[in-house]
Design a protein around this ligand. Sequence first.
Ligand code: NAP
Length: 545
Amino acid sequence: MAAARQTGDTDLDVVVVGAGFSGLYLLHRLRELGLRARSYERGGDVGGTWYWNRYPGARCDVESIDYAYAFSPELLRDWVWTERYASQPEILRYLEHVADRFDLRRDIVFRTAITAASYDDAANVWTLVTDAGELVTAPVCVMAVGSLSSVKRPDFPGLDTFAGPWYHTAEWPHQGVDFTGRRVGFVGTGSTAIQSVPQIARQAERLYVFQRTANYSMPAHNGPLRREELAAVIAGYPERRRAAEQSEPGIPVPWPATRAAFDVDEEERRRVFEAGWAIGGIGALTGRFTDIFSDEEANRTAQEFARSKIRAIVHDPAVAELLSPRHFIGMKRTCVDTGYYETFNRPNVELVDIRSAPIQEITPRGIRTAAAEYDVDAIVFAIGFDAMTGALLDIDIRGAGGRSLHEHWAGGPRTYLGLAIAGFPNLFTVTGPGSPGVLSNMALSIEQHVDWIADCVTWMREHGVERLEATPEAEADWVEHVNELADETLYTRSESWYIGSNIPGKPRVFMPYVGGCGRYRRRCDDVAATGYAGFTASRRNPVPG
Ligand code: NAP
């Protein structure tokens, strides 16, 4: 910090960290308000998660027409999505187009990570430190760092002795990887793996998939989006978006569930699940009855249906059994695939059970489990992220009185609305813990968060507020509310990154807000309408001296 130098960015109104979906829209909104904003981005270009996750098969599991900005009718009209679920290259092109169209890159500093951020109580400004040792100051700081951007590193013993190359899906080489003729070991069976495994299986000579926990995956039924179909959706887009905004998941729900699973007999339940499976997508089964997320027995009916589908797809009954998850469905993110289970019918693919025989080490030749050694030429790790808190805690954030975020969150994350943190004045987070972000259509949630933050900053300026800070009481109430809602579901009885259980030692706290986008939006709107209830606003530094 002592060696850091000022970059000259002392004239900013707002400093933004990140230039993904959130950071880009923040820059645009703030600029429209006449504010001077700049974003610092560790990647070499815009895109955030879509910049980094270039692994084969990467695509979004929210339909492309909904996983998009709605703030510009012209952008909406001009951009042509080509598939029901957009691929990573298409989404990245879209974000690049947004950056070009709104001339955003001139206010983004690329290849620059923020390592520390501290609040000066006397001056009411944030000072950020870059990895080049430069200082950036602004009265307001927005952390738009993403929820799934702090990569979980493989720490298997012996990895450094492996003779071949290894890759993490979230840091995939830009030039791609050719696995033709190679034996590949693939570790992990989450959403990323489920998209990538079918693609790599088609190329590799042999593919070993190392599975610790089987996952539920729904068919994507992806396909081309016809121009007429897209045009019809765009024509009715404002209504579609309004409906999505008031929905729970942030996407239009054409057939909201109205019945509990046991309101109907077994035959009808099966018919309903079949209809869901035929439509596909993340809520194919969990969205069919009202109590799948809250009632163990209702949940079991959806699980059993999913397992019956796996048995019907996978030829070898032993492999089908191994691929059949036993946990609650929907409580760990449901995956969406194209041909995942079918991949295990291929002669060149082998499923390796590392629940019963864990990986013990990586050797120069491959992967050794407690049962056998697998010779491979390359290893792919799709082992996930330190979700929701990781990217924030990777930065040494210090608020009022020098209190560190690490300290404040030692028992798990605490926020007010997922947007602000008590003791960290003038700091906002986008889709932070306590927000519905990761349980929703991220694009929609991001727009809502950014609009709320932009309105809040405008209000601060109009009212001469130099320092705005969530009160500890408001934060405590919000944390309690988030927990109460989560406790009504099966989420808190499940292992997942939502609850931090994928990272050893991470506090076990259910992080997202399960109340849904509509309810959350109304609450945020009420807070704004009542002059930012739950915040303390000061016109000048309240710290004596
Ligand atoms: P993930 O869901 O956390 O899955 C990680 C996988 O790696 C799990 O199967 C996990 O097994 C395994 N694993 C982790 N550490 C391991 C270890 N030390 N040894 C053996 N196995 C290990 O990560 P992800 O698949 O990257 O997905 C993360 C999230 O990103 C998703 O839930 C989703 O929200 C998002 N995502 C979305 C899309 C999409 O839009 N379609 C695509 C990809 C990702 P255990 O389960 O046993 O821990």
